[in-house]
Design a protein around this ligand. Structure first.
Ligand code: HEM
Length: 452
């Protein structure tokens, strides 16, 4: 029998709007603890009130992202704002347009191709380590350091020789667009985008600057499209040369849409995972010692390469545990296409439905002592004993992250390079979080360095 999902109590005036706006993941955690795995949040004033649904059980998540994905679309207001800000690339497109894009983009993310990006990642990881070694006070903020590293790494891979110029533009323009997407996506009373409000004008200027630099580089790559594909091609060139079976290609705007999606989806997410892995190792000397031992035994002081990934199982376990506790994509939203049910609870057509790695990764039915850092949770045996969707930092089903191997390679190479050279001690122990486009540290995450 299908029942109404339990409703989270809110104020008569705005429902749970304020709680969700102030700290979404805390509100979700409380709701799971008090009401169970499918809950309903009343949002907005009476008369305009909507109900958001959140689903926390691995089985429910599997249905929404995986087995019944066609019934849960990327149709909510945040996706609409992302489309308006940076175009309709792989993260937001749907239906035939999505399938076409995915066919053309997938070859850029095969294991072989991604392993080919290792040299660019290694260059930036080594530069980061050198910068750290020159720090006079031997203390670094790993949040800002990893953000810089990940932005430079993805930009080097995307833009090749045009790296420095693009990094500067992205560093200035992306935060403006991100903030605009969030403010508008969460505001049901937003004004039209073409009204000349200060926020709209700032965002439009940032978009123009970002589009202009991408369009210029794309035009240059188009001019050299006839050159045979080489292993040294940057990702922009690969996108320009990509061809479907019937010969169709991505036009200039579609290439720009993908490039901007890779920047959006690919740098803050990886930076946060890496920052928290470093922070957690700094807090847990035994786990750090084990990481050092593995690195010394496997690498013996040489530069890590793509082929080392499978030989560094403990580093992988540490990264997964960091992604469990601090999943950079803390919530994902969909819209229910038809009246349906999850876990015996009714979900009406048109409802916004959310899943949250942050909450499911702490679900007491699947994780003992969920707040404790313990990489042993990710031995092959322990992983096999859990339902597939108890851990889903990269989403799942047909819209799973295309950059998963890319991100794990990047984080592993960086972690290995940095830990080969330094021992870390935590300076900041409690790290407040903020939920922007991704979940990240709200302030610095300082770590003291000792050279090894
Ligand atoms: C630790 C790092 C990363 C995390 C935690 C992460 C997480 C995710 C998640 C959860 C999704 C699914 C979103 C949804 O279903 O609503 C996703 C999709 C996506 N990610 Fe990642 N991601 C990471 C790194 C990357 C990188 C490095 C790239 C590219 C260079 C990338 C590109 C994408 C793209 C294009 C999609 C959309 C895929 C599709 O719908 O076909 N991500 N990511």
């Amino acid at each position: 029998m299908t029942r109404e999902a339990p409703q989270v109590a809110g104020s008569g005036l705005l429902g749970t709007l304020v709680e969700l706006r102030d700290d979404t993941v805390r509100a979700y955690l409380r709701a799971q603890r008090d009401h169970g795995d499918v809950v309903r949040f009343p949002v907005g004033p009476p008369g305009l009130r909507a109900h958001l649904y959140a689903v926390f059980s691995p089985d429910g998540v599997q249905q929404i992202l995986g087995t019944r994905a066609a019934g849960f679309r990327k149709d909510n207001s945040v996706y609409a704002e992302i489309r308006a800000s940076i175009g309709n690339g792989l993260l937001t497109s749907q239906d035939d347009e999505y399938l076409f894009q995915r066919r053309l983009v997938q070859p850029l993310f095969t294991r072989r191709r991604v392993d080919g990006y290792a040299a660019a990642i290694g260059t930036e990881a080594a530069a980061t380590a050198d910068r750290w070694a020159a720090r006079p006070d031997a203390t670094v903020d790993v949040a800002s350091e990893t953000a810089e590293f990940a932005l430079r790494a993805i930009s080097r891979i995307l833009f090749g020789a045009d790296l420095d110029e693009t990094v500067d533009v992205v560093r200035r323009c992306f935060p403006v667009l991100g903030e605009h997407v969030l403010n508008r996506g969460a505001n049901p009373l937003r004004s039209p985008r073409n009204w000349p409000t200060p926020a709209n004008r700032r965002a439009a200027a940032a978009q123009r600057e970002l589009y202009a630099i991408c369009d210029r580089i794309i035009a240059e790559r188009h001019a050299s499209r006839t050159a045979p594909e080489g292993d040294g091609d940057d990702m922009m060139t690969l996108l320009v040369k990509a061809r479907d079976a019937d010969g169709s290609v991505l036009d200039a705007q579609a290439v720009r849409d993908q490039v901007l999606v890779f920047l959006l989806a690919g740098h803050e997410t990886t930076a946060t995972a890496l920052a928290f892995a470093l922070h957690l190792l700094a807090l847990h000397p035994k786990a750090q010692e084990r990481t050092h031992t593995e690195l010394d035994e496997v690498l013996g002081g040489r530069t890590p390469a793509a082929g080392d990934l499978d030989r560094l199982p403990y580093v992988t376990m540490v990264l997964k545990e960091a992604l469990r506790l601090y999943p950079s994509v803390a919530i994902m939203g969909r819209k229910a296409v038809t009246d349906t049910e999850i876990g015996g609870f009714r979900i009406p057509a048109g409802a916004d439905v959310y899943v949250s790695p942050y909450v499911t990764h702490r679900h007491p039915a699947y994780w003992d002592d969920p707040e404790a850092f313990d990489p042993e949770r990710f031995t092959p045996q322990a992983e096999a004993d859990r339902p597939r969707y108890a851990f889903f930092p990269f989403g799942g089903g047909p819209r799973a992250c295309i950059g998963q191997h890319f991100a794990m390679l990047e984080a592993t190479l960086a972690l290995a390079t940095l830990l080969q050279r330094f021992t870390l001690t935590a300076v900041d122990t409690e790290i407040p979080l903020e939920l922007g486009m991704t979940m990240r540290a709200a302030g610095p995450v300082r770590v003291r360095l000792t050279s090894r």
